[in-house]
Design a protein around this ligand. Sequence first.
Ligand SMILES: Nc1nc2c(c(=O)[nH]1)N[C@H]1C(S)=C(S)[C@@H](COP(=O)(O)OP(=O)(O)OC[C@H]3O[C@@H](n4cnc5c(=O)[nH]c(N)nc54)[C@H](O)[C@@H]3O)O[C@H]1N2
Ligand SMILES: Nc1nc2c(c(=O)[nH]1)N[C@H]1C(S)=C(S)[C@@H](COP(=O)(O)OP(=O)(O)OC[C@H]3O[C@@H](n4cnc5c(=O)[nH]c(N)nc54)[C@H](O)[C@@H]3O)O[C@H]1N2
Ligand code: SF4
Ligand SMILES: [Mo]
Length: 701
Amino acid sequence: MYIILVYQGGENMNKIQTTCNYCSLACNMDFYVEDNKIKKVIPTEKYPVNKGFSCIKGLNLDKQLTSGDFPKNPLLKTENGREEISWERAYSFFSDKLKAIVEKHGKESVACISTGQLALEEMALVGHVFRNFVGGQLDGNTRLCMATSVVAHKQSFGFDAPPYTLNDLELSDTIIFTGANPVVAHPIIWDRVRKNKNKKVIVIDVRCSETAKNADYFFCIKPKSDIVLYYTIANYLIENNWIDNNYIEKYSENFDAFKEHVSKFSIDDIEEKVGITKDEFLTLAKLIHEGVAVSFWWTMGINQSYQAVRTAQSIINLAVMTGNMGRPGTGANSITGQCNAMGSRLFSNTTGLYGGGEYTDEAKRKIVGDALGLDPAIFPTKPTLPYNVIIEKIITGEIKALWILCTNPRHSWTNNTQFAEAIEKLDLFVVQDLYPNTDSSELADLFLPVVSGIEKEGTLINTERRISKLNPVIPKPEGSFSDFEVIYNVGKALGMGTLLDGWETPEAVFNKMVKVTKDTPCDMTGVSYKLLENGYGVQWPFKEGETLVDNERRLFENGEYYTPNKKVKFVFEDVAENPVPTNETYPYVLNTGRGTVGQWHTQTRTKEITYVNDSTSDNSYIYISKTLGEELGIESQDEVLVKSINGRSSKFLALTTDNLPHDVLYAPIHYIETNNLTLSIYDPYSKEPSYKYAPVSIEKI
Ligand SMILES: Nc1nc2c(c(=O)[nH]1)N[C@H]1C(S)=C(S)[C@@H](COP(=O)(O)OP(=O)(O)OC[C@H]3O[C@@H](n4cnc5c(=O)[nH]c(N)nc54)[C@H](O)[C@@H]3O)O[C@H]1N2
Ligand SMILES: Nc1nc2c(c(=O)[nH]1)N[C@H]1C(S)=C(S)[C@@H](COP(=O)(O)OP(=O)(O)OC[C@H]3O[C@@H](n4cnc5c(=O)[nH]c(N)nc54)[C@H](O)[C@@H]3O)O[C@H]1N2
Ligand code: SF4
Ligand SMILES: [Mo]
């Protein structure tokens, strides 16, 4: 629900279209501005993503205009607390210290963690400064979020390519959400689902989420049993010949081995291993079989696990074997989280070359070098150390400096107290954020303040591969800087000299990045700032010389994938044993995720939205089933102590609910107490944390 106050503006009223930089929909919003003051905000009516609708966060982007309330200058930690210093001093402090550390301990002793919430140009530039020039480690918070899908896509499709267009939600007759709660996390996705009058919605989750409540079918499974469920469905469909043999034969490889693998998964085990009845299983299998256009959507319930990549691929395998790929309303569709996670995956220069190639591919190094006017020798020769290893190496003392941009790991990192312990060991910790008072900013030796998304320029790539433009709605205050400018100036202070030639503006960097995509799956050579301005956004691929006929495009329509033989690969593995299961002392599973539509991650920005702040709890809270509450004598609003198998404990207010199974607790991620309890367990391939499963106990205080 939202209310728009219609304001009759004066003659000087300007309409500026820009992109919401919260979630991965990247909705467009029209800002009406007069005398540099925002008068009203209306979701862009013609924009193909949100079509005139938005959530409360997009309508309140202007609430992050905090520049007036906080110091515009950097803050340096001194013996007497934090001191405001000039930008010149900040840049020389930062560069001197970083260079000294590199000199003494080597390039690999410095690290940077970026995000999926900066503009593509900013990510590319930080990659140029920190990976190409400094030679340090650089990972992103996308590791906490999309790394699983990236690896799954690469191994199965041959490239990190989410295949769908959002319109598929309106064209699908059978929409299956696994480990995704779009009613809360992607309200525009849910809006698109509601516009589809001809659909059945199926939710597979470990609790009755807001989306499950609104679905036609809900299957409540045991935590992390998705892979067993999907392998068993595959086997059942094969046994009944409810598969698309033609599609499998023409467009896929490795099916026979997959068939052999899943033959071990019997419907007789479904109740014990997955927690649904045989009847429920048969209903689900039949729905998949009978659907003409079945689409499979997943998010963090799948990506965050100790066996996440193979679970995501168990979904991909099912879509492929039933021929639900490349046609309208189908697909194995991973939903992205942050506004520019897709941009960070392709252009951050962290796990591969700009535009999605391998660092070891000599031909690709030359192409990227030529496009950027750089000697390829400057590019890293191997992917960065992943986030978890960066933290581990800080703890062991091997990494001495850390620069983080646009992320708040003291709160969001798994087993987050370990992050605080790691920071203690650093010689240099630099935080670049809107706010000096986030849980991470407060620990910084040097804090670099920047302006918010509506005061800067760049591009974002959303969940359906749509590139859109971020435009400054109002000018930034005198003496304040954007991320792009700060990163550029850090590069300059470090002595990059001519290596920064041609990297001066976001548009120049965008044009460079577009060039490196030539003839790749994500070819964007036909995209320019001019094309994006006041437009509809453009989905990649879009090549130079092409004319945009359809602005809703899906991949793999011709059955050709990006693997060397153009076939999609069935990838699978034995089901892994849970490395840290529940036991007698820690008998319950702590599940974590989004709380409400209005709350964004660590709440730094959404706390500023009055409606959100007034309607959500200041205290951390945890949901517990009514039956378990009765057993343990816990009632709603009781204070409880939750102890984790990781050795730490947090206090919460308990809220009892009918929406949880007896043994599962649910805590929103928006409170720092939650990640105090999560584990340092990761998927072996993607290194994404297993955030949604921690054995815990709970008691009334
Ligand atoms: N309001 C709001 N919106 C957001 C965000 C936000 O912070 N606030 N964050 C954005 C970001 S970055 C992301 S990544 C997305 C996340 O979007 P979602 O992934 O949809 O959100 P989550 O709440 O993390 O998790 C989704 C569901 O996974 C379920 N789940 C947990 N374990 C399992 C399991 O083993 N199997 C199955 N099948 N389900 C399981 C949880 O119960 C939960 O209902 O949201 C984006 N949108
Ligand atoms: N237990 C548990 N933990 C989780 C998850 C979970 O499901 N369960 N989900 C994980 C996922 S999917 C994600 S994506 C992460 C998110 O984790 P974070 O990225 O740490 O969360 P945010 O609150 O989005 O942090 C963004 C920071 O950037 C700042 N900021 C905003 N705009 C700008 C800008 O333009 N420039 C700069 N420099 N700073 C800016 C904000 O003030 C904020 O401090 O959390 C992860 N943590
Ligand atoms: S749905 Fe996502 S992109 Fe759209 S307005 Fe809300 S937060 Fe912004
Ligand atoms: Mo995310």
